[in-house]
Design a protein around this ligand. Structure first.
Ligand code: SF4
Ligand SMILES: [Zn+2]
Length: 358
């Protein structure tokens, strides 16, 4: 397997070329956002090693991901939502947390046991969230049971994770690994780190008494349906085998605005994965020693994982059911004629003729 070298980047190829294209695409966006408001807040239910919890999810609006500024990942439109100018003050970030707490008080009958904080970047990157803010947030949620914070592996170190575990919180770092295959991560996702960095991040989290939730991306651009399926099956297995990685969230790629995937989609060169493929990965990896879940965003639409239109809601319901129960028999109860089309796509689609069917 060839590995790109720095010289190749210098000639305007490899990651350098991906980054150049991504910067141009992102420059088309001129929306701006309020630094005192979180990007999104919602209440849901999640499966954790300690059972199912009501969860409060907060997408904090920070200065955005450093990597996205350089160009960033081919499917990621989150940076389009970040605050212009690159940094958000401690006070503004704490205002965002207050807005989230107010939302919870209004919407839910009780406090959520699980808090999940994402930043469209890395919560543990101190350029995005200063140490002072990280500690204040840990204190704010000290009366909850669990917390999840998102970070790229480079920023995961035991001292930062300890800020949360010392408050008595079960703490997980959510890492957007995308795939365990380095070549796919580099060439299809345009993400710069290696699987070995993910293993190091898991070890750091473990040292502080925390754990890791790996986020995988099913079907980045340039892979056929079959390649995407196999990539996820092997990635779920490899993640489950890493000490400290107790949950894998395997999510189908969806088409977000201002991304390379969006450009390909527009030109007819990309189709998000079939929901059958998502179900197949979940069904065939139940022996893995980790909770494996999936939350197909925009399911049933052209821009999200979809089947034929007739069965999408039923398959999605089975997936959500599987998330909470981890029981593969939920998939025996859904059938549709479009399974034959999906099987044909698996057999016949090659990366040069993708997508074979819409
Ligand atoms: S996926 Fe994560 S690392 Fe990649 S550009 Fe988006 S926020 Fe940054
Ligand atoms: Zn169908």
């Amino acid at each position: 397997m060839s590995k790109p070298t720095p010289e190749v980047y210098e000639r305007g190829r490899g990651m350098d070329a991906h980054n150049q294209v991504m910067r141009d695409i992102r420059a088309e966006n001129d929306d701006s956002y309020d630094p005192h408001e979180p990007t999104r807040v919602w209440i849901d239910e999640d499966n954790t090693p300690d059972g199912v919890y009501q969860s409060l999810t907060i997408i904090l609006n920070t200065g955005g991901c450093r990597w996205a500024r350089a160009g960033g990942c081919t499917m990621c439109g989150y940076v389009a939502e970040s605050v212009e100018g690159g940094s958000v003050s401690h006070e503004a970030l704490m205002d965002q947390i207050q807005v989230a707490l107010d939302h919870e008080a209004e919407e839910a009958d009780e406090q959520s046991g699980l808090i999940k904080i994402y930043t469209s970047g890395s919560f543990l990157d101190e350029r995005e969230v200063p140490a002072e803010t990280r500690r204040a947030i840990a204190e704010t949620f000290a009366d909850r049971d669990r917390i999840v914070v998102e970070s790229l592996p480079d920023f995961v170190d035991r001292e930062k994770v300890r800020d949360f575990t010392e408050q008595g919180l079960e703490t997980d770092v959510a890492v957007g690994l995308e795939t365990a295959t380095d070549r796919v991560r580099h060439d299809c996702v345009n993400k710069y780190f290696d699987f070995a960095d993910f293993e190091d991040a898991c070890a750091e989290a473990r040292e502080a008494g925390g754990g890791v939730k790996a986020y995988l991306l099913m079907k980045p651009p340039f892979l056929s349906e079959q390649e995407a399926l196999e990539d996820m099956q092997s990635s779920v297995r490899r993640c489950g085998a890493v000490d400290g990685c107790h949950t894998v969230s395997m999510n189908p790629c969806n088409v977000q605005r201002y991304t390379m995937v969006d450009e390909l989609f527009y030109e007819g060169g990309y189709r998000p994965p079939w929901l059958w493929s998502v179900a197949e990965v979940l069904r065939t990896t139940t022996d893995v020693d980790a909770i494996v879940v999936s939350d197909p965003v925009g399911h049933g639409s052209d821009r999200g994982a979809h089947n034929c239109g007739e069965c999408d809601d039923r398959v999605q319901r089975a997936i959500k059911d599987f998330d909470l129960r981890q029981d593969p028999s939920v998939f025996e109860q859904v059938e549709c004629e479009c399974e034959f089309t999906w099987e044909l796509v698996l057999e016949e689609e090659q990366s040069f003729n993708t997508p074979l069917a819409r």
